[in-house]
Design a protein around this ligand. Structure first.
Ligand code: ANZ
Ligand code: ZN
Length: 821
């Protein structure tokens, strides 16, 4: 007999599992396929506590579905392009691949130790030429459909990192990475036309309702930002040398057109410069300089006093011919809607604040019963009746909206329009360690895509260290032998595009590649992709609630439209695991509260750490490592393991029945675990297992001993269910119980419905010694529960007839005697 020794157990089974890979799907259609995916890791160093939590969750689902008989695919790979590798390479005078692949190896070893039930044969890395070849191939297909294009545009620029940043990488006006204030710069950049898919991205969320966290759906909806309204064309009057011209605004409130008292263009737009009269040009210039320094968030803040300058021009209201002064202001954004608005101060707070600051009239056009906004300073936005609005007078807001649009359409001065907040996806990066954009620029032919047969366009491997330092242009521009090529079209001298793709491009289709990672005829095998997609359960952090998921959904739809994929949504169900905190705060270097995963594993064992992650809270909630007890988990595992040890040393004789009460606990545990697992209540399953272990120990100690077949049944059940959380311990138990296959190949235990019914007995209820009722109660009913049941009896209540009670004598489970006052 040996004691529970997690290190010895880990060593033994890690080796056996490595020699006998168990998690490669049979993929022959004999069993229903299911695809479980964890958001693949970035190789930033060794695995940390966050990985341990996320991957423990995904592993529960994967292992459970496998035990349920599904053919499960649970692949693993790395999102291995990106800036940190490049920064490390600059520091160490090395190539980014060195740091990247060293870290991948470290993480892979840790994942194996952590006993992730992964199919290692499908492993992929997005920085492998075999992978990025197909990222480039897909880019070309997007390009051919007009979904990848270049345009000059002002971009967020981090002067320190010398790179373009996406809006979401700008936090409070500063670079998310280094904190340097972000400036604007105009660059010719590549974009994906995700806006063309805005409506479908919104509509198809119906498929995800109930299967994705509601807050993620809300964030996506908000990011897409659909607004219904109208485009209205205003004529801007000629002034001096400047001729008359037309400018369109987007408004969600065409019903308020009669209330417009001024007009505003975004101060930082080209339009502002085009409109301004020479007299006001200098003031505008100075104002634009001031605006440049502000972040989008500051600009939209309602707290900040409104600023702006008059352009010297007037816009004509198409409904009533009124002349509205045209202002340039920073509260109107250049890249939302049309970058110009009709301002209705009575019914829009920002417009009202501006009007009050500059003495512009306020005219209410909707009688809402609220205080007059001109006096209260509060714009009114409620329902009401149109006033001061010519032909619209007397209509309700709901009637006036379509009526105003109808008038505009009749006049030819506007039409109904749906606007989206979503912008096209800026994918160019002026960095080295990413997928090169497969385009060649030729002076005579323009943009020429690299022919498919010449893919991949490989990254040069002669650049290292300082060569990669950010310079504002891509480091690839310095690789002359790489840059200078002959044009695939005319054969003349030409240059490669030197930008690389945003790494979100790599991660927008990796789940498709996993279905056939070695396929060489295309990005994925057309048959394999349709047998496996969509992913049945996706697991990852809520930090990806917007971008990664939106981009992956967009790619899926485009690839579907290319006729390459049946699915229109990539991830059927999504689970966002919580964070691992320490002392209530996210672990960070600056707080010095980091917990090293490796040390935890050494100290408590892999299973105890995994079990703690699961048991600490529901999967979506954070785990505070300061509040949990991996030592307690280790003790529980030892208790569970000893059940198998006891059965092994006292195997007993198989008899038909055993301790009925224990069997009932076992079968209820199985039945409940199924329901709990389906609802992702993993922590409760662990709690139920703990009860089952206790009940089993009680039966053994009560004299029945481990030879009782109910004990063996319970121990086997514990081993199988526990394998979702603590695979090493379970494997060892399974073998102690005499099983020769791996526990991962066991079947999920079935339960006998007859055993779920609890034993009941008949309790007699007396009032002053006379039997007044009989109740069917559980055999293990508590005294308190029985007292309540008896007092609640209708017969008893009738006999008592409002009299008080002196005493209640309870003899659970058989008798209650009530003595009235
Ligand atoms: C007149 C009006 C009257 C408006 C009123 C609102 C209330 P959402 O819902 O976010 O789409 N707007 C349009 N383009 C803008 C820009 N580039 N920068 C700042 N504001 C802009 O908001 C649409 C409304 O926001 C539009 O409807 C416009 O103001 C303003 F009682 O037009 B509204
Ligand atoms: Zn050419």
């Amino acid at each position: 007999e040996r004691g529970y020794d997690f290190a010895a157990i880990e060593a033994a089974w890690a080796k056996a599992w490595d020699e006998n890979p168990q998690f490669i799907p049979v993929d022959d259609g004999s069993r229903e396929r299911r695809y479980v995916l964890d958001m693949f890791p970035y190789p930033s160093g060794d695995l940390h506590m966050g990985h341990a939590e996320a991957f423990a969750m995904g592993d529960v689902v994967s292992r459970y579905w496998r035990l349920q008989g599904y053919d499960v695919m649970h692949p693993i790979g790395w999102d291995s392009f990106g800036l940190p590798a490049e920064n490390a390479a600059i520091k160490r005078n090395a190539h980014p691949s060195e740091w990247t692949y060293t870290n991948i190896d470290t993480q892979a070893a840790s994942f194996k130790r952590y006993a992730i039930s992964a199919d290692w044969s499908r492993r992929l890395h997005t920085s492998d030429p075999e992978y990025y070849r197909w990222t480039q191939w897909l880019f070309k297909r997007f390009y051919e459909k007009g979904l990848a294009y270049r345009k000059d545009s002002p971009v967020n620029w981090c002067p320190k990192d010398q790179t373009v940043l996406a809006n979401e990488q700008v936090v409070n006006g500063a670079c998310e990475r280094c904190g340097t204030p972000v400036t604007k710069k105009s660059l010719n950049q590549w974009y994906f036309k995700i806006t063309e898919y805005a409506q479908r991205l919104l509509d198809d969320m119906d498929q995800l309702e109930g299967h994705w966290p509601e807050r993620v759906l809300a964030m996506q909806r908000n990011w897409i930002g659909r607004s219904e309204g109208a485009h209205v064309r205003f004529v801007i009057e000629a002034a001096g040398e400047q001729s008359e011209r037309e400018t369109t605004v987007f408004t969600t409130r065409p019903d308020t057109l009669y209330g417009a008292t001024f007009f505003v263009v975004a101060a930082d737009s080209d339009l502002a410069v085009e409109l301004v009269t020479p007299e006001h040009a200098e003031a505008l210039d100075a104002y634009r300089e001031q605006v440049k320094a502000l972040s989008e968030i500051e600009r939209q803040s309602t707290e900040r006093p409104k600023t702006g300058v008059f352009t010297g021009r007037y816009a004509i209201n198409p409904l009533n011919g009124e002349k509205l002064p045209v202002w340039a202001a920073d509260y109107v954004l250049a890249d939302y809607g049309t970058g110009a608005i009709m301002a209705v101060p009575a019914h829009d707070q920002r417009d009202l604040d501006f009007a009050r600051a500059f003495g512009i009239p306020v005219r209410a056009v909707l009688e809402t019963g609220e205080e007059n906004p001109a006096e209260s300073g509060v714009a009114t936005s409620g329902e009401g009746t149109l006033i001061n609005s010519g032909e619209l007078n007397g209509l309700s807001k709901a009637e006036a909206l379509p009526a105003a649009i109808a008038i505009l359409e009749r006049q030819g001065t506007g039409e109904g329009f749906v606007n989206f907040r979503l912008r096209d996806w800026l994918l160019s990066r002026q960095r080295f360690w990413g997928t090169p954009i497969p385009i060649i620029h030729c002076e005579s032919c323009g943009e020429v895509p690299v022919p498919d047969e010449d893919l991949p366009v490989r990254l040069p491997d002669d650049l290292r260290g300082e060569d990669l330092a950010p310079k504002g242009t891509s480091p690839l521009a310095a690789a002359e032998a790489w840059v200078n090529v002959s044009c695939p079209n005319c054969g003349g001298a030409a240059k490669r595009d030197t930008d690389t793709m945003d790494t979100f491009v790599d991660s927008s289709w990796y789940f498709l590649r996993f279905t056939s990672p070695d396929y060489t005829e295309g990005p994925f095998d057309p048959e394999a992709v349709n047998t496996w997609m969509p992913v049945g359960q996706y697991v990852g952090g809520v930090e990806h609630a917007i971008l990664h998921l939106l981009y992956a959904r967009f790619f899926t739809k485009v690839i579907h439209d290319l006729g390459m994929l049946d699915a229109t949504e990539p991830f059927t169900a999504l689970l966002n695991q919580g964070q691992v905190l320490n002392g209530g705060k996210a672990m960070s270097k600056s707080l010095g509260n980091g917990v090293d995963l490796g040390e935890q594993l050494d100290k408590f064992g892999v299973d105890a750490v995994r079990l703690t992650m699961i048991f600490a809270s529901p999967p979506e909630d954070d785990v505070d490592w300061a509040d949990v007890s991996p030592g307690g988990s280790a003790k529980f595992l030892a208790r569970a393991w000893r059940l198998a040890q006891d059965v092994a040393s006292e195997p007993g004789t198989p008899v038909a029945s055993g301790d009925k009460a224990l069997r009932s606990v076992t079968h209820r545990t199985i039945a409940d675990a199924e329901e709990l697992l389906a609802a992702n209540k993993f922590n409760v399953v662990v709690a139920r297992l703990m009860e089952l272990v206790n009940a089993t120990r009680k039966t053994i100690d009560s004299g029945a001993g481990a030879a009782d077949p109910a004990v063996r049944e319970a121990a086997e059940t514990v081993a199988v269910i526990l394998s979702l959380f603590a695979p090493y311990t379970s494997e060892d138990m399974w073998h102690l119980l005499g099983r020769e296959t791996f526990v991962a190949n066991a079947a999920w235990p079935s339960f006998d419905p007859a055993l779920l019914v609890q034993d009941t007995v008949t309790a007699v209820v007396q009032v002053q010694g006379k039997v007044r009722d009989r109740l069917e109660v559980p055999a293990d009913v508590t005294e308190d529960a029985l007292r309540e049941l008896a007092l609640a009896s209708e017969n008893v209540q009738r006999i008592l007839d409002g009299r008080g009670i002196r005493t209640v004598i309870v003899r659970a489970p058989k008798l209650v005697n009530i003595v009235p006052a």
